[in-house]
Ligand binder design. Structure first.
Ligand code: IPE
Ligand code: IPE
Ligand code: MG
Length: 249
């Protein structure tokens, strides 16, 4: 494990897997080839996360906004998702992984739902690691859904609007069932969140890696976690004496 300390592991790591298209473009290949290589990186990183002993891994695989991409690219992504679920089924079961999915799952094609839904059911009692795929996911959409649910409860008299707290909202966020993300990694060089886990990000540590997702290795994951382990999380409180380096000017 090299750089990573066994203690002080982030419990929940979330990854914005970006850069598949550019990986393909750099090689003069169609974007779908980048997604295919990206799905190999998913296999690699799920295994690495399990080996490290992470309790939860959330992967941003497809955003609500990604539906607006060209149809052939969307079709390729959905096909790869199905292939991934079929080919990893045994390993997911053998490793005690609980597979979950968050997002507007009703928009996913039947060919994906036909493998996703049974695997979610079959693994629902597993407890070694929760692997959550964010599919047709949007952070704003998730917040709007929670607001909608609270409005419904208020209308039906099940909740007093005065009693709505951040905890109420939190309990209505499917993406936070495994707890808030401790560490969010984005590959591919962009320094933005792109509508991922907006509510849960409040105190997440962010790690941006320039490496394109298909090239993201186990060592890159270790590097991200090692950088997380060097940070002092303060949650708005006073620090415990981290050294301050001043530059003489
Ligand atoms: C991430 O790679 C995968 C998805 C968003 C589905 P991209 O396809 O966004 O790759 P780039 O950012 O264009 O390189
Ligand atoms: C974020 O990447 C979505 C996923 C990784 C699934 P995008 O490539 O869609 O984000 P933008 O367009 O660069 O913001
Ligand atoms: Mg991208």
């Amino acid at each position: 494990m090299g750089l990573v300390e066994a203690r002080n592991l982030p419990s929940h790591v979330a990854i914005i897997m970006d850069g598949n298209g550019r990986w393909a473009q750099l090689r003069g290949l169609p974007r779908a080839a980048g997604h295919r290589e990206g799905s190999k990186a998913v296999r690699r990183i799920v295994r690495a996360a399990r080996r490290l002993g992470l309790k939860a891994l959330t992967l941003y695989a497809f955003s609500e906004q990604n539906w607006a991409r060209p149809e052939d690219e969307v079709d390729a992504l959905m096909g790869l998702l199905r292939d991934y679920l079929l080919s990893e089924r045994n390993e997911i079961l053998e490793n005690g992984i609980r597979l979950n999915a968050v997002g507007n799952l009703g928009r996913l094609p039947a060919l994906v739902r036909a493998v996703l839904d049974p695997l979610r059911r079959e693994t629902s009692d597993n407890s070694q690691m929760t692997l959550t795929l964010a599919l047709s996911y949007g952070g704003r959409e998730e917040i709007a859904d929670a607001a909608k649910e609270i409005a419904r409860r208020a209308v039906s008299g099940d909740i007093d609007p005065e009693d709505v707290t951040p905890e109420t909202m939190h309990s209505l966020m499917p993406s936070l069932k495994s707890g808030d993300p401790d560490l969010v990694i984005r590959t591919g060089g962009e320094r933005r969140i792109s509508n991922f886990l907006l509510y849960g990000l409040a105190y997440a540590e962010l790690h941006f890696a320039d490496v394109l997702w298909p090239d993201f290795s186990e060592a890159d994951l270790h590097e991200a976690i090692a950088s997380y382990q060097l940070r002092e999380r303060r949650f708005g409180l006073v620090g415990s004496g981290a050294t301050v380096t001043r530059i003489a000017i």
